[in-house]
Design a protein around this ligand. Structure first.
Ligand code: ZN
Length: 188
């Protein structure tokens, strides 16, 4: 998933008139696996607390990140107010996570696009999946604050690593959704 740079806005000041807004809370697992969820809450702190409580109660075990060897459980690591471009794995409202359901037909659940007409992004859909890539570390040098590693620019796919988190991207609204139920995938 596209990584959003961490935002550091000042903590929201809560007042009695505060209405609920939607925040994105990022959950980290190990050092490199992240998943973002949307939370309807009054402020970022409340949103993070809701996610922390759900993680503690094992109510977010359906989230699809790769489980690594770390003994640390998943934990919240960042949050920001949601905007249209944010892609999230689920939406938590009134403390209850709601996972997106796969549509019955090949139709974007966000905008209703069916792939038949051209769009400014070329049209139809893209099949997305996550897979680890690797690059050779060429050299490690320096000491103290001046350490760096030199990495080969060319990336390779880890063929042993299974593709995961398969989904479709709508080329009309660029949002992602699960593979429709009952639809077999075939590759040529
Ligand atoms: Zn769409």
């Amino acid at each position: 998933m596209p990584r959003k740079p961490p935002t550091r806005s000042s903590p929201a000041i809560t007042t009695a008139e505060d209405t609920e807004r939607t925040f994105v809370v990022r959950i980290a697992h190990d050092l490199s696996e992240y998943v973002d969820v949307a939370v309807v809450a009054t402020d970022r702190g409340a949103a993070e607390q809701i996610v922390a409580d759900l993680l503690h109660d094992s109510k977010l075990d359906n989230l699809k990140y790769e489980l690594g060897d770390s003994q640390d459980g998943p934990h919240t690591c960042d949050s920001w107010e949601m905007d249209e471009a944010d892609q999230v794995a689920c939406t938590i409202k009134n403390g209850t996570p709601v996972f997106p359901q796969p549509p019955d037909a090949l139709l974007c659940p966000h905008c209703g696009y069916d792939g038949t007409t051209a769009t400014e992004h070329g049209g139809t859909f893209r099949y997305l999946s996550d897979q680890t890539i690797w690059r050779e570390v060429v050299d490690a040098s320096g000491s103290g604050d001046d350490r760096k590693i030199l990495i080969d620019g060319k990336a390779e796919q880890y063929d042993e690593d299974e593709e995961r988190n398969e989904r479709l991207e709508c080329r009309n609204c660029l949002k992602e959704f699960p593979i429709p139920t009952g639809l077999e995938t075939d590759f040529n």
